[in-house]
Write a protein that binds this ligand. Sequence first.
Ligand code: EPZ
Length: 422
Amino acid sequence: MAEKFIIKPSGPLKGQVEIGGAKNAVLPVLAGSILTGQHCRISNVPNLSDVESMSELVESLGGHITWNRAKGIIDADTTNLQKYDAAYELVGKLRASFLIIGPLLARLGRARVPLPGGCAIGTRPVDLHLKGLAAMGAEIEHVHGYVEAKAKHLTGAKIYLDFPSVGATETIMMAATLAKGQTIIENAAVEPEIVDLANFLNTAGAEVRGAGTDTIKITGQQGLKGTNHTVIPDRIEAGTFMVAAALTGGDVLLTNVMSDHVKPVTAKLKESNVQVEESQEGIRVNATSDQIIAADIKTLPYPGFPTDMQAQFMSLMAKAKGTSVITETVFENRFMQVGELKRMGAVIKIESRSAIIEGVDQLTGAQVNATDLRAGAALVLAALTAKESTEISGICHIDRGYHLLDVRLNQLGAKIERVKEG
Ligand code: EPZ
């Protein structure tokens, strides 16, 4: 049964919130566990429906997943994983499922994975993933909506990525761990989640060097072994709570967060006149005193301002003093929240890949719809300070990437009710 949020104006958020493990780190690590053919214990796993979907997929191929949700621990045993044919209905639930293609091809010599369709934020092609695998000797075919890849053995290659794609870097890095010889990825993505995946692979016996820089060198091994890995904190969840504190004029301490990973968000919040203090305890966001002022952002690959924080920051700029310009350079259709924010009284004009936002004093409640994960989060944030209540439908998108966002915001003073639709 679909659910919706009914959100009343909350007043300033106050208190402390612990940030969970990173969705975009645990998903590639789960896919990478296929490479080991043994038991891996993954800790700090967030309780998210996307993690559920990836776990189901690994199990459908013969892996065995035990998930202690309360403790945030997944035991993934891929000893008996022998299937290389991923089911359409499982991959269709989660685009990141495509990340299993590299591990399946490297370990089993074959992979048959549905070509992921587009989603709300863009067409989401996988050409760079496939270009890398082909460069390592894989035969790639597109048959009836599936990618069929074969390779008796993969051979190391030098691969230049036309765009520093996170997923393509992960696919190539994972496949290269079992290839013959050395693979060099140039113009690689440098996101923290890439470094976390490389750390997991190296503790499993891989030889990955340079993760976190734009050139990654992987020397192939005969095989990998089971290992233990603790996933990094979720920098996007952290940024979302930071904006929530700023938007409500609150004072919130975030714990279990890596300050370096949220630097671009911290910098932009300070530019918007929000106090952000980093300490041993964590990150404290204090916006109790002054007016938020407009700041421009341009989303870029890490360490630029993250595209996954663009919508949330737009909600903040909707109530800032002055006019801001937000330019989305990573995805071609990531302004889905604009129409809904305008229904809440925001003054926003889209011109090509930029949105021009004129800050208003007050947003008003409305019935709105979450089209995708981060747009949904942005609507929740906007609703926290809107006059009267807001109803947000489509919150299944939000649950994909945030564990109990409503409950955790309520613990800080928000007034969010989760009710059944209809
Ligand atoms: C990852 O998606 C994240 N998802 C996304 O987070 C995030 O927005 C994105 O990286 C950018 O940081 C996961 O890690 C599971 P990309 P990914 O490949 O790997 C183009 C969220 O909200 N491209 O770096 O799919 C692509 O079209 C999600 O948590 C190609 O052209 O992102 C896009 O314009 C949303 N060909 C750009 O690169 C390819 O083969 C960035 O995509 C691959 C990508």
